[in-house]
Design a binder for this molecule. Sequence first.
Ligand code: G6P
Length: 606
Amino acid sequence: MCGIVGYIGKKQALPILLQGLRDLEYRGYDSAGIAVLDNGKIDRVREVGKVDMLAKKIGQVKIAGTLGIAHTRWATHGGVTEFNAHPHIVGSGKLALVHNGIIENYREIKKQLKNQKQESETDSEILGQLIFENYEGDLVKAVKKSLLKVRGTYGIVVMHADHPNQLVAARLGSPLAIGIAEGEYYIASDVTPMLPFTKQVTFLDDGEIANINGDGLKIQNMRDEIINKTITHIDWDQQKAQKGGFENFMIKEIFDQPTVFEDAIRGRFNMEEGTAVLGGLNMTLEQMRDIKRVIFVAEGTARYTGLIGKYAFERLADLPCDVDFSSEFRYRDPAVNKHTLVFVISQSGETADTLMATREAKRKGAVVRGIVNVIGSTIARETKAGTYIHAGPELSVASTKAYTNMVAVLLLYALQFGRIKHTSLATGKRLLQALLEIPEKMNEILKQDAAIKKIAESYKDYKSILYIGRGVNYPVALEGTMKLKETSYIHAEGFAGGELKHGPLALVSKDVPVVAILSKDQLYEKMKSSIQEVRARGARTLVIATVGDEEAKEVADDIIYVPDTMELLEPLLNTIPLQLFAYHIAVALGRDVDRPRNLAKSVTVE
Ligand code: G6P
């Protein structure tokens, strides 16, 4: 939620800030602004709407300066107005601040301020004012003194007109990365804006303040102790964070799947022993055998991959599993102990609820492992052990390639546990072989894009669509609804096929079509009956069936064929037509597919 960019160096700041905001727009896009310091004066431009609107407003205005900060907003306190947009400037133009997070005690802080007149309704401006009032010539001291009074979360960057060569950044709960290049520094909520300039990055941890000035970068904690940070080399290719000729990020990322899937599984096989080798698990065989239960904790799409993980772990490793919303897990009294393995799954690695759940699980003594995409993100760092899914930058709010790569990693984990328990060598080898064949099979589905588009367009005017699946395809049905809701705003609900007759069937009519995943598994006949039941009630049906299944046509008004694979691997294929289906409906309805209304990709507030 909210993207922050800062630059200090020799180049002109404006183009770097604007491009940085574009890269971070997935984090929030209801308003944006920049502030650049030049000749002792801060120039600022803010605008409601997306970064393009801001760029348009700046137009030909000459904003020079080699030091600046910028922000793209996802409103929490205060409506979407220009006044509420960041950067906030306080102290008669002296101090500018951008903030990501929530200052919970801003009302109390406001009461203590000398200046009671704020321009905006935001908690962030109050923090800016507090810093200004605490300033006595040393910006770092002023920031520290103010933050000690704050309750809540923040990632902030501050500049002061009297310090033409200084940026101060601090973090508690909201991510900030600092890119280091020759004589210049980049600050941002994630590494994407700095990738064209540097791959050397350090990440601020909670309670740290970064002071960047002519002497370089110094990071300290709230007790004024200097922290020696490690520098991480980010091997993400900047090109991967661009659209590469596609209309928008979502379709590009859908088509990325065969390639990045290979990155998720590469080097993680031991074919001879029919097992996976995930170094990040970091457990001895003894410790693995000591695990008695597995819990998958995540939100949104990531949680659906956890549901798939449950099927895989139960089937291959014979371990009892639970799947929980991070937001529930952290507030329940989860019954976990040292025999419980908790997988926290997150594309961004910054989702506040999942981060808090991670800490809760660690506090209770569970074995916690992260399954994360964004390198160096907070959950990745706090779990220490775990596995990157290597999907590369995912910028569309609706997650696609991160989903498939999460599933891949979960299958590998399930196999690694399975092989020390009750999965045979032959099954292990078969599964690995089947995984190797997945990219080619994904490509076969993607080749049907034009046909899927045609089908999708004919569904665009329905007000509600139901999805059904069974077994490992039940989470696939749920993920299908998520993609449709997020991108097209059409109401959708997903059910386990067998549940239909226990209530949801009442929703079915000719105006409510049903998308059904009809896998050639043990429940094939039962699933077919469910589809027949909805047809008998007038519903139009779109069936995802296995290549060669001619019988499926008997229950389908529309049909999309996917290649055959091992049952546990089916989500890796069956989800793709549902992604394309949702995408094309959204485009046909004229939606902004990459940036759906009211959503943000990285939800760093509760
Ligand atoms: C937000 C996004 C979802 C995403 C969820 C979890 O709600 O809109 O698309 O699945 O967060 O995000 P994470 O980064 O933790 O996977």
